[in-house]
Design a protein around this ligand. Structure first.
Ligand SMILES: Nc1ncnc2c1ncn2[C@@H]1O[C@H](COP(=O)(O)OP(=O)(O)O)[C@@H](O)[C@H]1O
Ligand SMILES: [Mg+2]
Length: 233
């Protein structure tokens, strides 16, 4: 079966420094996969490389069997692969609505519109004319998710949604996932928070120092093995 998204022997470098060593990952239609790992493990590099933001060999990333490694980021968004980047990366001088509309430039057909994003996150409709800088961290994260959804992705890549947010806010942000998945969207969540990752994912990959050290279904992975794969002890 051809995977929706696949990496094969994926490598990534920053100059002389090699950040990823032969990553094999597969995502099937409608699946939710988590990528866990400590700070510096290579999680963001993996997502950014899939999105064309870092160089890759063409065959190292496949979307529905087609080689897309190293393609232009706009071309990858146009194929329906959207990133919620680490640290939100909003335009802080623009309003909520302007930020959301930035995500729609790919003009892909699909269910996600401004109205639909506002239904998912009602607080964003209340604050639609407010500039990004005036938002709370949780609201900024909601805008970043909404902006990615505006591209009507079939694959949503989320980089550390919970970073810097209080537990109750993390819960509000993650509460959006079921509605997103209900549209048939496949989701990759990168998390340092192992419990959060295990709670939402059908399958988990653990990265350490640029390599996959463990993979499986949450129910198959005991805490001791996860700890060893995550921390290397
Ligand atoms: N722009 C960059 N230039 C050089 N090295 C980088 C850059 N971004 C990340 N790295 C290095 O690549 C490795 C993986 O980083 P990253 O993918 O950000 O890890 P994670 O997201 O798991 O915390 C780390 O050693 C990090 O220092
Ligand atoms: Mg990261």
């Amino acid at each position: 079966m051809t995977a929706l998204l696949e990496t094969q022997a994926l490598e990534a470098r920053y100059g002389d420094f090699q950040a990823l060593f032969g990553i094999d990952l597969a995502l099937q239609d409608g699946e939710t996969v988590a990528i866990i790992g400590a700070n510096g493990a290579g999680k963001s590099t993996l997502l950014r490389t899939i999105c064309g933001l870092n160089a890759a060999a063409p065959e190292a990333v496949r979307h529905r069997g087609q080689a897309i490694g190293g393609a232009a980021p706009e071309a990858i968004v146009a194929r329906g692969i959207a990133l919620v980047p680490e640290g939100r990366r909003l335009f802080l001088s623009l309003t909520v609505e302007e930020n959301l509309l930035m995500g729609a430039y790919a003009k892909r057909p699909g269910p996600w519109t401004l109205q639909r994003v506002y239904r998912l996150f009602p607080v964003l409709e209340e604050r639609r004319r407010v500039s990004g800088i005036q938002l709370s961290g949780g609201q900024q994260q909601m805008v970043a998710i909404g902006r990615a959804l505006m591209a009507n992705p079939e694959i949503l890549l989320c980089d550390e949604l919970s970073l810097g947010l209080a537990p109750i806010i993390i819960r509000d942000v993650y509460a959006a996932l079921p509605a997103i998945k209900a549209e048939g969207t496949a989701v990759v969540v990168v998390e340092q928070d192992i419990n959060q990752a295990l709670a939402v994912a059908g399958r988990v990959y653990c990265l350490m120092a640029g390599r996959v050290t463990l993979q499986g279904r949450p129910e198959e992975l005991d805490r001791e093995r996860i700890r060893a794969a995550y921390f290397g002890v």
